[in-house]
Design a protein around this ligand. Sequence first.
Ligand SMILES: [Mg+2]
Length: 122
Amino acid sequence: MGKKILIVDDSNTARASVEYTLKKGEYEVVSADDGVNGLAKLKETTNVSMIITDLNMPKMDGIEFIKHVRTIDEHKYTPILMLTTESQDEKKKQGKEAGASGWLVKPFNPTQLLDVVKRFIS
Ligand SMILES: [Mg+2]
């Protein structure tokens, strides 16, 4: 099994397509449907090498989620990629300030996603 990646997205289809792509790239995938569940998954899962999160989600959005993740010692420097339909600079700035490591706009190209992931965790 490859490295473990956590995906957080409230859209079942988005989660399924990211999961499919990552598994093709031989990564192990853990998934959650919002920020609250994403944090719970992080706490119960060891060795998560990277996190891919959506921005707009109920209960806890991607920005809030990232802020929380950065307070966990183990994940202070874990690469976090935001994968979202949002492309406004203001949102990107907020994401960066919260601690996002990268930004990819949906719909994503599978090859591009795997390239980005590889760049963060090779
Ligand atoms: Mg969403």
